[in-house]
Design a protein around this ligand. Sequence first.
Ligand SMILES: [Fe+2]
Length: 369
Amino acid sequence: MSAHAKVEISSLPPRPEPWLPRLEGAPTDLAYVPTVLIVDDIDLNRRLLRGILKATPYRILEAKRPSAAFSVLDMEKVDLIVVDLVLPEMSGMEFCQMVKADRRTQLIPILMLTSIQGIENEVAGLESGADDFLLKPLRPGLVRTRVSTMLRHKALVDSLEEAETILFALAQSVEHRDRYTGMHCERLASYGIALAHALGLPKQEQLALFRGGYLHDIGKISIPDAILFKRGLLTEEEWETMRQHTIRGEQICRPMKTLAPVLPIIRSHHERWDGSGYPDHLVGEEIPLLARILQVADIYDALTTARPYKPAFSHDRAVAIMLEEARRGWRDPELVPLFAEVVVRQREAEPSEANVKQSLEAMRRELAG
Ligand SMILES: [Fe+2]
């Protein structure tokens, strides 16, 4: 083997761990028949489109008006909407806006058809949420290609969404194994978002905190039960294994591009302001802000809920402990007092479990919109 070849091999990225989820190249569901919904009030137009798509394996549904289309969307799983710009009841653009504003339908791609030429029209249409445009008169070959491309993209989005759902379920099962931390993820997400809101952070960062509330400890799935649930003190070696959950968690979530903003939270939520944390011994503002926020929320939740080794501390006692930790140099000295203030306002509302779930769901919808 030549020296050149050796260099190439040694510079390859490391192989993923065998237990990591692999999404690339996963087989697609060949038996699945995508559903296309045509929304147009003119019978001839619908018939024409149906004719163009006749040779394709798609299931075609039709709606003459937006209200009928929304009834179909309520009952059926639709993979693509083909809509005319001119409709009764509302314009095609308003229809797009409504589809994209609803969390249940926002990921359905929309192909808009129009006979009105002009870049302003296209821009307005795309801004309203249409994913692509086709000008009339329609060219059958182009319609079929465009429809098939959009459906392929939708299938990819579906598989990513499924993978993300599975990951969240996995993260929650990790939390639920420890029966003392019920609703822990929900509370963290809620505290984290409240603090992010107070700091005026953008929606995307709030969403990252929401997800981080659930996913930050997913790496614990790779920690042996004998260590995770050990009664009594951990040995130094066991601590070393335990600390790995930050790196493992990052590795688990890294293949999902949508989770990229959450990775710094997962990796750095155990760093300390003075550099004595793990895994990278980051100091001060080197620690990503979102990780610092989640950490403060995590510690507060641990202090104010009962654990096998301690009772639930009062808000005042928890805040006093955290301020003391900030004074010692472990926590962000500006974030702790701000968190204390924000959490007081939240606790004044005294949210029940059902309320927390409800308001989180509302927040999730708002953030995703
Ligand atoms: Fe952790």
